[in-house]
Every structure is written in structure tokens, then in C-alpha cells.
Design a protein around this ligand. Sequence first.
Ligand SMILES: Cc1ncc(COP(=O)(O)O)c(C=O)c1O
Length: 388
Amino acid sequence: MKASTDFVPFAQPSIGPEEEEAVLEVMRSGWLTTGKVTLAFEQEFAARLGVERALAVNSATSGLHLALEALGVGPGDVVVTSPYTFASTAAVARQLGAEVVFCDIEEEGYNLDPEALGAVLARTRNVKALIAVHVGGLPCRLDLIAPLCERYGVALVEDAAHAFPSKLPQGYAGTIGDVGVFSFYATKTITTGEGGMVVARDGRVRERISLMRSHGIDRAVWDRYTARTAAWSYSVVEAGYKYNLPDLLAAIGRVQLSKAERFLAEREAIAARYDEAFAELAGIRLPPRGPGHAWHLYALSVDAKALGFSRDEFIERLRAEGVGASVHFIPLHLMPYWAGRYGLVPDSFPRALAAFNAEVSLPASQGLDAASVERVAASVRKIVGAGA
Ligand SMILES: Cc1ncc(COP(=O)(O)O)c(C=O)c1O
């Protein structure tokens, strides 16, 4: 990201001449859509995570939809997830005709609370899948959550949209549950503009995802019934979707993937600098942390009572200092659709509500230059009355 004298935006992609060159190469190749570049991206991504196969898709939303579909989620099923997430995590369950049951988050964090989850799973019937979100790149307590899923016979889907590359003791985020889904949306830890990747433990689930992401077309089946293997021939065996990632975007992803370690180191350095600048500031709580954090978000918590002004006002004051910020997340149970469908009120999930009312995501992406980091740090200190 370039140094900005007038405004530090919340997030900007870190794209260099290597990505530009890679896209041009695809443009000149005569093959723009899904092809060998996407295949190479999948192979490199799988190798990076140490898994057999990764499936590129056009968004994490598509990936989550495919994950639930491949796990057999449908009408009559329940999908459990946290309200502290983006719209698509829960929407994909409804798209398949399943109902959603929300479960509150940890007291001091943004991830699903394992204890609350135990209670939800004990009292809810027909739960087919759980979607655990690694919010901001901080891994969920899968050491507690995965055994709960096993006990209740619930498939575990990791929404790892923020979590490449987050690491748990058991392995990389996304590779521990039945299915893991990553996002390459423009603001994420690596980007293709729009895009995502899906990994799955079970080969049959992978096959189903692979089939359904491209129209339910199975060339192998066609080949089985015909003597010919002409390039134009194919067989539709399911009513599938069109969720493929084109080579044009995969080309960006391959370069970004090669920079992932550097990007992580940059985000870690930014987080460390903020930690130092904000340590012991009254009215500010530093982001929750733990080993293997990908630091996709630097998610502060502000104490409106101690500060004498609200989170919204905090963001307004940051803006006045020339610093952009965001909020992750507006909990889904506050959204008209979910509140209306399930009769939810703000206090239905008090921890998610409290976290939302206090959360501020500061600019902390890879590529943010040192001057901007210092400007953000000084602005926050000024706003809370600690001076620059
Ligand atoms: C937690 C979470 N899950 C899923 C998504 C969906 O990702 P995509 O934009 O790649 O569909 C997002 C997007 O920001 C997200 O934050």
C-alpha cells in the first residue's frame, strides 16, 4: 500500500508488478477461464496446507454453499453457527432449505464459545453441520469444538475466510474439520479480487464439491457411456452451480500465495506495533490473541463507558484524523431477516451484542506502510486522550 498523507484506508490489497505480469500472461495466452493456471493454484495451495487436494471456487460464499451441499444438508436439517460472522456463513444453510440455530461467542473474544455450543448441541435436534468461524484469523477452540461435533454426529465446517494461514496445534485452520473454506476477497490475507478455496477430508465430499461447482458436469461419466472422448462431450449428472475460479484470477492468487509468508510477517509486525502503542491505554482492550493467529483483523475493543463516547463516535473521530476503520461484525441476529425468521432480539446473544458495540477494526493489512501504521497508532492514542 502506498504511503498516504491524506487518508489511511481501512484496507487495500497489496498488489505488485508480479501480479500484473501474471494477469497479462493469462490475457495473452488465449485461455481466460478455468484451466491450467487454476489447477496450478489449487496444487500449490494444497501443498502449502499439506492436503491432498484443494478446489478453487469463485468465492468463499460459493465454497460454504458447496460444503453444506456436499455434506448432505437440506430441508429438515439444522446448521449451527455463530451470529458473529458475515452474511454468507448462515445464508448458505437457508439456500439449501435448512434452518439455522445460532450460538453465542466467547466472553472475551469473537469466536464461538465451546461451552455454549455444548448446550446448543445438547438441546437442538437434527443438527447436521456446525460452521465454526475463525474470526479475524484467530483460530477457534477446535480442540474443544471438534470433539463436541463428533459426540453429536455433526459435520464440522471451518469458515476459514479470515484464516489463511492460521495454525492450530492440530494443523492449519481449514484442514481440521470435515470441510474448510478460504476467501480471497479483495481485503483478505491473500486475494484474487474475488475467489476462494475449499479443502475436504473425505474424497467423496471433494468429488461432490468438484462436480457441483461446475454445473454438475461429469466428463468421466460421459466417457463411460460413449466410446468417444471428444473435447466437446460432457454429461450433466446433477443440477450444479457455476462456481469456478477463472485463470485470470488464479494467476493473481498464485503470486499472492508465494507472498503469503511475507504478508503474514508484515501483519504480525503491524499488530505488534499497535500492541505496544496501545498497551495499558484506559478504555481500550487489545484484540484477543493466541498461537497461530493470521492477524487478518486487528480488532480492538473500546469501552464506551470508560471513554465517555461510543464505538461509533470512536470511528468518527478516527475518520476526522484521516484514518479509516471498520466493524467486524454486525451480528446476524440483529439483521431483519434472521431476527424476523427466528424471533430474535438483540439480547438473544448478549456476548455477540456486547462485542459488536465495542469492536473497531483498524487498518492492519499487509503492505500498510510504516508511516501509516504510526499515524493510526498516534490517532488512536490521541482519541483516547493519551497524546500521540
Ligand atoms: C467470516 C466470513 N465468511 C465468509 C465470507 C465470504 O467470503 P467471500 O466474499 O469470498 O464470499 C466472508 C467475507 O468477508 C467472511 O468475512
